[in-house]
Design a protein around this ligand. Structure first.
Ligand code: LLP
Length: 414
C-alpha cells in the first residue's frame, strides 16, 4: 500500500498536501501514514491467520510512542533490546506478556526490570548471559522464560553492517554448541526453556536465507524434543527487506506460506520480530532546499535535513528515493543532495536528476525505519518533528527539539 501519492501536482500524505504539513510543522519533519502502518501490520498478520503466532515489532526501527501505541492497539507484541525500550513499550501501552528481549549485552538492572514486568521471553545470546539471568532471577525469586538465540551460520546476503547470522558476528550462540547449552539451561533452577530464537540480518531481499536458517532451527527443535526438552515457541526474528529503489523483497504472504510449510505439523507458536517491513515505507522525511550551489565539478542542493536526521546514506551508502513535493515541468539537472553538517559524508543522495529552486520541498522516501531512531544532535542540530497523518488529520507525535533542550544537562565547572 502507498499513501504518499501525487494529487493536483503535489505529493500528499493520505489526504493532506505535504506543503500544508510544512506550514504547520516546518522542516525537517518526519511524516508517517497511519494507513500504511496498519496495512503493513495487518498483511503480515494475514499470512499467519489460523496459526498460533505473535508479531513483535522491533522497537529499534521506530520507537516513537505514537507508533508503538498504534501497534499495541492492533495487538502487536514488541522486540526490545534495552531497558529504555522496555520503558517505552510500557509507556506506550504495550502488553509486557508480549515482549521479547533480544541483545548481547543485557545488564543486571535490565534483566531485573524485564523480570519484574513479566515479559514473554528473554532471547539469550551467550552462556555467560544465561548464568547471569539465572542468578538475577533467583535473587527475585522468579523463573526466567528463555530462548537461546542460535547463530545458524547462514549468509543473509545483505550489507555486512546489518548481517548478524554468520559465525564471525557477535550475535547468538554458535549452532554447534546450542544443544549442549540447552541441556545445561534445562538444569538451571531459575531458567525455564520456552523457545528457540534466530535472527540473521536486516534488509533481506531473498527468501532462501530465511528458509535455510529456519531449517537449521527446526532440526535443533527436533533434537531438543527427542531429548525431552519441549519448546513452546520458535522466534524466527525479523529482517524482511523493503523496496527502496528496485529491490524485490519477498511478499509477506510468500514468506508466511514458505515458513508454515517448513514448520509442518509441529505444535509450536511462531514469533516474528519485523521492524523495517512494518514501518520503512510508512514514513518520509520532508526537507527544504536552502541553497543551490552549482560548481564546476558538481551541482549541490543543500537542504535543511542532514546525516544527523537520516544517517543511513552516510553510514551504509544506503539509497533513498528523493522526490519533489511539487514536481516542476522544467528540465532538471543532476544534483548531489547534501545537508549542512560539516562532513563530506553528509549526503542524502548522489546524482539525482531534479528540477529545483531555492525553497523547494523534497521528500526523502522510505524513511520510516531506522530514520528518526538513529538520528543524533551532531552539530547541535535539534531533532526533527514527527507527524502522523490519518486521513485528513495530522497529529504531532514528537515535537521538534529546542536548542536549549540540547544542552540542558550540561554544566560549566566552578
Ligand atoms: N530482531 C533483532 C534481534 C534485530 O537485531 C533486528 C534488527 C530486528 C529484529 C529487526 O530487523 P528488521 O526487521 O528491521 O530488518 N540500522 C540498520 C538496520 C539494523 C538492524 C538491526 N537489527 C539500517 O538502517 O538498515
Amino acid at each position: 500500500m502507498n499513501s504518499f501519492t501525487l494529487k493536483n501536482g503535489e505529493l500528499h500524505a493520505e489526504n493532506i498536501a505535504l506543503s500544508k504539513l510544512v506550514a504547520e510543522f516546518c522542516t525537517p519533519c518526519y511524516v508517517y501514514s497511519k494507513a500504511v502502518l496498519e496495512s503493513a501490520y495487518e498483511s503480515f498478520k494475514a499470512g499467519f491467520a489460523g496459526t498460533d503466532h505473535l508479531i513483535c515489532f522491533a522497537v529499534k526501527a521506530n520507537p516513537n510512542i505514537g507508533i508503538l501505541n498504534l501497534f499495541a492497539r492492533l495487538g502487536a507484541g514488541f522486540d526490545i533490546v534495552s531497558g529504555g525500550e522496555l520503558d517505552r513499550v510500557l509507556a506506550a501501552g504495550g502488553d509486557p506478556k508480549k515482549i521479547v528481549f533480544s541483545g548481547v549485552g543485557k545488564t543486571e538492572a535490565e534483566m531485573r526490570a524485564a523480570l519484574e514486568a513479566g515479559i514473554f521471553c528473554f532471547n539469550v545470546e551467550s552462556d555467560a548471559e544465561l548464568e547471569r539471568l539465572n542468578r538475577v532471577a533467583a535473587s527475585l525469586n522468579k523463573i526466567a522464560p528463555v530462548s537461546l538465540r542460535v547463530n545458524p551460520n547462514v549468509d543473509a546476503k545483505t550489507h555486512p553492517y546489518i548481517s548478524t547470522g554468520l559465525k564471525n558476528n557477535k550475535f547468538g550462540v554458535a549452532y554447534e554448541s546450542a544443544f549442549a547449552l540447552y541441556q545445561h539451561a534445562a538444569q538451571l533452577p531459575n531458567i525455564e526453556v520456552h523457545g528457540v530464537d534466530c535472527h540473521i540480518g536486516s534488509q533481506l531481499t531473498e527468501l532462501s536465507p530465511f528458509l535455510d536458517a529456519f531449517d537449521r532451527v527446526l532440526a535443533l527443535v527436533d533434537q531438543l524434543t527427542e531429548a525431552g526438552i519441549h519448546v513452546k515457541h520458535i522466534d524466527a526474528g525479523g529482517g524482511i527487506g523493503i523496496c527502496y529503489d528496485d529491490e524485490t523483497p519477498p511478499d509477506f504472504s510468500v514468506y508466511a506460506k514458505a515458513m508454515l510449510e517448513k514448520l509442518g505439523n509441529r505444535k509450536v507458536k511462531l514469533v516474528f520480530e519485523p521492524g523495517r517491513a512494518l514501518v520503512g515505507n510508512a514514513g518520509l522525511l520532508l526537507t527544504k532546499v536552502e541553497y543551490l550551489k552549482e560548481t564546476e565539478a558538481k551541482n549541490f542542493a543543500i537542504v535543511d535535513a542532514a546525516m544527523n536526521d537520516l544517517m543511513r546514506p552516510a553510514l551504509y551508502d544506503a539509497y533513498h528515493n528523493i522526490v519533489p513535493v511539487k514536481p516542476r515541468a522544467t528540465e532538471g539537472k543532476v544534483y548531489e543532495i547534501v545537508g549542512p553538517v560539516c562532513e563530506s559524508g553528509d549526503f542524502l543522495g548522489h546524482d539525482r536528476m531534479l528540477s529545483l529552486a531555492e525553497g523547494d520541498l523534497l521528500a526523502i522516501m522510505s524513511a520510516g525505519a531506522y530514520g528518526m531512531s538513529m538520528s543524533s544532535n551532531y552539530n547541535t542540530r535539534p531533532r526533527a518533528a514527527e507527524v502522523m497523518v490519518d486521513g485528513d488529520k495530522a497529529y504531532l507525535i514528537r515535537a521538534r527539539e529546542t536548542v536549549a533542550e540540547l544542552f540542558a544537562l550540561e554544566k560549566r565547572i566552578p
